[in-house]
Design a protein around this ligand. Structure first.
Ligand code: PNS
Length: 160
């Protein structure tokens, strides 16, 4: 088992400053973070899996301590494949709690070796979510507080 590595799973549709803050904070505890972009056939995404992965890669280019990968199916199966059993999730408002608590416990039930660690993002990123970012992009609002330039460009292209 690899204890110095953690997996940060999510949809990243698209990656925001909130996610980036969680990744940077996690690197205080882990030598490497694997950002695992998920694909679920039942979910409707704005960006394709490839686009979501490429945006994360672009944001973290030249950062050897951050690996970007993707997975389909159960997170527990992906973790087993990578031989990593620590999951990072960001926790913002109380509203996140129920869903996150449920997910962490289900993952632990499916594999008792798995531990989920919750990171609290910086206050200024507390209210950022990918869904609100998409809404702002669609309504042509200012995105610079929420996402890096490269993501902003991709969002503008989607809604142009
Ligand atoms: O960014 P999101 O959409 O909140 O991320 C949710 C994600 C991808 C971490 C979660 O849906 C997930 O782990 N999906 C993989 C399928 C799975 O393992 N489901 C059971 C966990 S409860």
């Amino acid at each position: 088992m690899e204890n110095k590595i953690a997996v940060y799973p999510g949809s990243f549709d698209p990656i925001t400053y909130g996610h980036i803050d969680v990744i940077e904070r996690s690197l205080k505890f882990f030598e490497k973070i694997i950002v695992a972009v998920s694909y679920n056939t039942r979910k409707k995404y704005l960006f394709t899996l490839e686009e979501r992965v490429n945006m994360v890669k672009e944001v973290f280019k030249d950062r050897r301590e951050i690996e970007v990968d993707s997975f389909r199916g159960l997170l527990v199966d992906y973790l087993r494949k990578k031989n990593v059993y620590i999951v990072i999730r960001g926790l913002r408002a109380v509203s996140d709690f129920e869903y996150e608590f449920q997910m962490a416990l289900i993952n632990r039930k499916l594999n008792p070796e798995i531990e989920t660690i919750f990171m609290m993002p910086k206050e200024e990123f507390f209210y950022i979510s990918s869904s609100l970012v998409k809404e702002i992009a669609e309504l042509k609002g200012n995105l610079s507080y929420f996402v890096p330039e490269i993501v902003e460009k991709k969002l503008r292209e989607k809604f142009s």
